[in-house]
Design a protein around this ligand. Structure first.
Ligand SMILES: [Zn+2]
Length: 270
């Protein structure tokens, strides 16, 4: 049977139509995956995902989540597109230089998938606003580039019992961490990276140490993958672990994280 009529028959034979024929066709390559199916696609369409940061991690994460049909994307960043971003922040075009990152990202997301909602938040999320945005989200992606935001996002996700998928990258190294605060146990970001507010900002970042574009892109892509799995329940999300990738050797290392009982965020704080 020719492919086109095969799809015609498959669409016509769907017993319980959860999705429109248009959505069924658009997402059929992932609906074919038994771990997702029409039910998973519907869950993706109803989900709200918060991306904190629209840089090298947020770019591929937002594009893949938009492509997958995640129905509500909230993307927060206070920065503007600079020529030095274009080496790795693949959601932007040369013509976006000088524009608000979240406005440009929202434009690109809508161009890719006009069937989803995207809400740009032009701010470095903190305090009440961060608390509110985390409360509204089903899953939070930390795609930020500074320790202050990372710890604030960790605290907000712990308080609101939201799953947190955190990515990081510098030079040739990438890190992926996932924390499940829904059940109220397991480690948090602070257990792994203890930090005090008076600690000076991290001495190393992309602007003073450099970063390989594909490595940060891989981490953002994996954040999107884990998010799709959290929403649909597919497979096993690597919660409570740190996965580290070395782009120079292509080696992966996985570490199971232990909860720090005295952690001021998720432990006793003593
Ligand atoms: Zn902790």
């Amino acid at each position: 049977m020719p492919l086109i009529s095969c799809w015609y028959v498959m669409t016509a034979l769907r017993v319980a139509k959860m999705l429109s024929d248009q959505a069924f066709m658009r997402y059929n390559r992932q609906i074919m995956l038994p771990e997702i199916g029409e039910e998973g696609q519907q869950q993706l369409g109803q989900a709200q995902v918060l991306l904190v940061g629209a840089g090298g991690l947020g770019s591929p994460a937002a594009l893949y989540l938009a492509g997958a049909g995640v129905g509500n994307l909230i993307i927060a960043d206070d920065d503007e597109v600079d020529s030095s971003n274009l080496q790795r922040q693949v959601i932007y075009r040369d013509s976006h230089q000088g524009q608000s990152k979240v406005q440009a990202a929202a434009e690109q997301i809508k161009a890719l998938n006009p069937h989803i909602r995207v809400r740009p938040v032009q701010a470095r999320l903190a305090g009440q606003r961060l608390t509110m945005e985390v409360a509204l989200a089903d899953v939070v992606l930390d795609c930020s580039d500074n320790l202050t935001t990372r710890h604030a996002v960790n605290q907000a996700c712990f308080n609101a019992k939201k799953p947190l998928i955190s990515g990081a990258s510098i030079r040739w190294q990438g890190q992926l961490m996932a924390f499940d605060f829904r059940q109220g146990h397991g480690p948090c970001y602070h257990c792994l990276f203890p930090w005090q507010p008076e600690t000076p900002q991290e001495p190393q970042n992309c602007s003073n140490s450099g970063v390989a574009g594909p490595v940060v892109g891989m981490m953002g892509t994996m954040q999107a993958l884990e998010t799709i799995k959290v929403i649909t329940g597919a497979g096993e999300v690597a919660f409570g672990s740190l996965q580290q990738f070395d782009g120079l050797t292509m080696a992966w290392q996985k570490f199971n994280l232990a909860k720090d009982k005295r952690c001021p965020v998720c432990g006793t704080g003593e």
